[in-house]
Design a binder for this molecule. Structure first.
Ligand SMILES: [Zn+2]
Length: 121
C-alpha cells in the first residue's frame, strides 16, 4: 500500500484542505485518518468553520463508502472460500477430502489418510 502524502498532518489541517484535494483522497489517505474521521468533533467552538464542517462530512461519507466496499469484498471472499471448500479435493483413491492437509502421496497418486493406512497394513 502506498503511503499517504498527508502523513504527520493534523486532522484540522486536513479539514482546511481544498475540496478538490479532498476529492482526490485515496483509500490510503482515508485510512490514515480513519480514526479521526470517525471520532472527530470540534473541541473548541472557534475551531469550527462551515468549510471544516463540510469537509468533515465529506470525508465521513467517503469513509462510509470505503467501509461498505470493504464489507462487500469480505463477504465475496468468504463466499468464494466456502464454495472452494465445498468442492473438496477428489483423490486417486476415489475419496474426496475437504482440506489439503488430508491429502497423502501414494504410489498411484493422491490418497486420503484412511486409504493410505489401509494400504500399508
Ligand atoms: Zn480414500
Amino acid at each position: 500500500m502506498t503511503e499517504s502524502k498527508y502523513q504527520g498532518k493534523d486532522f484540522l489541517e486536513i479539514l482546511d484542505l481544498k475540496k478538490e484535494q479532498l476529492e482526490n483522497f485515496g483509500k490510503n489517505d482515508i485510512d490514515l485518518f480513519r480514526y479521526a474521521i470517525k471520532n472527530f468533533s470540534f473541541a473548541y467552538s472557534n475551531d469550527f468553520t462551515k468549510e471544516r464542517g463540510e469537509n468533515h462530512s465529506f470525508l465521513y461519507k467517503k469513509l462510509k463508502e470505503i467501509e461498505k466496499k470493504e464489507k462487500e469484498e469480505k463477504k465475496e471472499k468468504e463466499e468464494k472460500e466456502e464454495k472452494e471448500e465445498k468442492k473438496g479435493y477428489k483423490l486417486s483413491c476415489g475419496c474426496t477430502v475437504w482440506s489439503r492437509d488430508e491429502i497423502m502421496g501414494a504410489s498411484f497418486g493422491s490418497s486420503c489418510a484412511d486409504c493410505y493406512d489401509r494400504m500399508n497394513e
